[in-house]
Design a protein around this ligand. Structure first.
Ligand SMILES: N[C@@H](CCC(=O)N[C@@H](CS)C(=O)NCC(=O)O)C(=O)O
Length: 235
């Protein structure tokens, strides 16, 4: 048996270019690992590489392999890191943990869903050739129409999306991060959605005078530009 790798290994969704990493859920975890000061390897993974992560018992990323443990689902990984690693808290205590869980649910339903409907054709353009048929089939089934029809009226719909960010904008108008003076996992959850879009699509989600734009800039610079350095489109 080969020895377990010393650094945690993160299976991370990649496009046709292996450096193009665009999963919103994986970005949350890369930020959570950086927050805890844990060095890790991010292994490029494609949608159809189901056999590669079959050991985890399911077919989605992120999957974190830490010694002999394999942990999947971003929320489960975040709580695993919080409970198992020293270093600054991801949640800011127990009350913070449950409030963050609400933000996790809001991001996964409202934010991910809305962004997907604005950029899904751009995602299709950056994914690996071998993933194309699978992606089109599964997503068209989910949306009930073609990918092209989903994004056809996005220039009009983006206004609605910007409006839906009002709860985020309200809090970022009075403090620099959802976590307060410093970023916490709550910030990484929502930021991961914008970083997903930045890495996969040239479509402009935010306006420059939006407090959400300035917050996103702060997080792009965080951890020595972890997100900024990743291949993506100019904002
Ligand atoms: N609830 C999961 C969602 C993970 C997820 O949906 N990951 C996507 C990549 S962004 C995936 O692996 N999709 C594989 C597929 O669609 O077959 C989490 O929070 O980790």
């Amino acid at each position: 048996m080969s020895p377990s790798p010393a650094r945690p290994q993160l299976y991370d969704l990649a496009g046709a270019q292996p450096e193009r990493r665009f999963s919103p859920y994986c970005w949350r975890i890369k930020f959570a690992l950086a927050h805890k000061g844990v060095a890790f390897d991010a292994i490029p993974w494609r949608f159809t590489d189901k056999d590669v992560i079959a050991f985890s018992g399911q077919g989605r990323v992120p999957v974190l392999v830490d010694g002999d443990r394999a942990v999947f689902d971003s929320w489960t990984i975040a709580t695993y890191l919080e409970d198992g690693y020293p270093g600054p808290s991801l949640f800011g205590g127990d009350g913070g943990r449950t409030a963050t869980r609400f933000i996790n649910a809001w991001a996964d339903t409202v934010v991910v869903g809305a962004i997907a409907r604005l950029i899904v054709t751009d995602i299709f353009a950056v994914i690996d050739e071998k993933d194309r048929a699978y992606f089109r089939e599964t997503r068209e089934k989910r949306f009930g129409t073609t990918l092209e029809a989903v994004t056809a009226d996005r220039d009009a719909r983006v206004q609605e999306f910007r409006q839906s960010l009002e709860p985020l904008r309200a809090i970022l108008g009075v403090q620099p991060f959802l976590g307060g003076e410093a970023a916490l996992y709550a910030d990484y959850i929502v930021f991961g959605c914008f970083q997903w879009a930045r890495c996969a699509s040239p479509f402009q989600l935010l306006l420059r005078n939006d407090p959400v734009w300035a917050w996103r800039e702060r997080l792009l610079d965080a951890f020595d530009g972890l997100a900024q350095k990743a291949p993506g489109y100019p904002l």
